[in-house]
Design a protein. Structure first.
Length: 173
């Protein structure tokens, strides 16, 4: 639904229950969604620069939060592990072979394990965080049309802003 400063009720661009795909012209819009599991309402502000078909992809807030935790925790483990192995690395410049104690070597072993765990969890966490956000995905008409067989003609009513309506159409061969 397009956003308006004076909050007048404008016609919806699309109303969907599950799968949601729609056509929109350039402009500012607000997408209203509701989480079916807990009923929480979310507003997603959009600025569409090029008219096209879009598909709404709802994000998973729990997976996104878990990804954020893994990303931050993994990054912290990398830093902590590096700090823990620093004394052993610095001792390699020492001429005496007994520059580090057994305790420092044990801490360095834990630091290596932390760095390895951080190196694994950091990219996994940030990838989970990015992939589970709520978004609109622009559908490339050429690849979409080639995936479907035959000629298609689609015509529909679309919002033109400030309460106006227009006719939008698409023909693929």
């Amino acid at each position: 639904m397009p956003a308006e400063a004076d909050s007048r009720a404008l016609p919806a661009v699309a109303r969907c229950t599950e799968y949601c795909e729609f056509w929109a012209f350039p402009g500012r819009y607000t997408l209203y969604t509701r989480n079916h599991s807990n009923g929480e309402r979310k507003d997603l502000s959009l600025r569409i620069k090029q008219s096209s078909r879009f598909r709404f992809e709802a994000g998973d807030d729990d997976a996104r939060a878990a990804g954020l935790a893994l990303g931050i925790g993994g990054s912290a483990a990398l830093v902590a592990g590096f700090i823990m192995i620093t004394p052993v690395i610095m001792s390699s410049m020492c001429e005496d072979s007994n520059c580090t104690t057994q305790g420092e070597r044990d801490v360095a072993t834990v630091g290596v394990v932390l760095m390895l765990a951080g190196a694994i969890t950091t990219p996994i966490g940030w990838t989970m965080y990015v992939r589970n956000r709520t978004r609109l995905k622009r559908i490339d008409e050429r690849s979409y049309a080639s995936a479907e067989s035959g000629t298609q003609v689609r015509v529909g009513v679309v919002n033109v802003g400030l309460g106006g309506l227009g006719v939008g159409g698409m023909v693929t061969f």
